[in-house]
Ligand binder design. Structure first.
Ligand SMILES: Nc1ccn([C@@H]2O[C@H](COP(=O)(O)O)[C@@H](O)[C@H]2O)c(=O)n1
Ligand SMILES: O=P(O)(O)OC[C@H](O)CO
Length: 319
């Protein structure tokens, strides 16, 4: 009989599994709709998170949970921002293990970085929200800060905000900087609710990918904003997705990129065989429906086992 580690090497048993959820966007307000009319269930979405945590705990096998951002909605009354973020974080903390968070645009509509990051226990230097962790020697998880250069979340006079405002001014001629009106093709990503990975973060990412390569680790990239046009609406892409992907493509260690933000979800495989999976939002599930799941990590693939609206997906790694 083969040992557990031998079987694991062949891919029969997962090396580990972890829970996933995206875009809870909770607020204690009546149901509404997105700009294009998609129903949004702000009160119900926290029930999905509660069901997710209960299921992950019952499964007793998930080593950690990753939240892909936007735990609170921009329409949350601002005098309730702090208490709503706290309430949602407390639901995550009922999980029997670590929870890794990332920030989304809606989090930043509610709270500035200096309040938000400590609540989410995001390791931070100078207000930045990117970090990595390695739960098993064979793999490294990298969490990117897609709002590093952004018109939201930084103090008014912060150089990163000023850089973002100037960039949007140049790229989007509309008065309403969230409107893609008149922008053509992939230019439609130049909206205020998106952002970019800045130069220092790119340098940090380069170092992490070099280190992972030296250690023969496979890498999974997590970012609230999607990184591949094939996996998402153009309006939801990271501003400098091309720069980030050019860097990633210089290495062979990155196998998957997972994101939130584009609520309908998506999946693509890019020209280098990297899987890009955008997770379906909890916010847009009608009452009684769910959108959460867990991922099983193998040496040669990542399997997403989804619930209801979150589609199960098998992602085989390219060599
Ligand atoms: N085609 C669009 C889409 C959006 N906007 C603006 O963005 C805001 C946020 O959009 P949601 O999808 O999250 O509702 C929205 O309130 C609009 O101001 C737009 O102008 N044109
Ligand atoms: O984060 P939201 O709610 O502004 O939605 C973003 C859109 O899904 C991007 O297309």
């Amino acid at each position: 009989m083969e040992s557990a580690s031998a079987l694991s090497k062949q891919g029969s048993h997962p090396i580990l599994s972890f829970g996933v959820i995206a875009d809870v966007q909770h607020a204690d307000i009546p149901d509404g709709r997105s700009f294009i009319g998609v129903p949004r269930y702000y009160r119900h979405s926290i029930l999905i998170l509660q069901r997710a945590v209960q299921r992950w705990n019952e499964d007793k096998k998930h080593k950690f949970v990753i939240n892909f951002g936007d735990i609170v909605d921009g329409f949350c009354p601002k005098d309730q921002s702090f208490s709503t973020v706290k309430k949602v974080v407390e639901e995550f903390e009922k999980f029997d293990g670590p929870v890794y968070h990332m920030i989304g645009n809606h989090c930043l509509y509610n709270l500035p970085r200096d309040k938000l990051l400590p609540m989410l226990k995001i390791p931070s230097k100078d207000g930045c929200a990117y970090y990595d962790f390695s739960p098993t020697p064979e793999f490294r998880f990298v969490v990117l800060d897609g709002y590093d250069i952004s018109a939201i979340g930084w103090p008014q006079d912060h150089p990163k905000r000023l850089e973002a405002v100037k960039f949007l001014q140049e790229k989007n001629p509309n008065m309403e900087k969230n409107s893609p009106e008149g922008l053509v093709g992939l230019e439609r990503r130049f909206l205020m609710f998106n952002g970019a990975v800045g130069k220092e973060q790119l340098k940090w990412l380069d170092g992490i990918l070099q280190q992972a390569t030296n250690m023969r680790q496979k890498v999974m990239i997590c970012c609230h904003l999607p990184l591949d046009p094939g996996s998402t609406s153009r309006e939801a892409l990271l501003w400098n997705y091309d720069e980030v992907m050019d860097l990633i493509h210089r290495y062979t260690c990155v196998k998957v990129c997972i994101a939130g933000h584009d609520h309908k979800g998506g999946h693509s495989i890019d020209s280098h065989g990297i899987h890009h999976r955008v997770l379906e939002a909890a916010l847009e599930c009608p009452p009684g429906n769910d959108a959460f799941g867990y991922m099983e990590l193998y040496n040669d693939k990542l399997s997403l086992i989804g619930t209801d609206r979150m589609e199960s997906t098998e992602m085989c790694f390219s060599p």
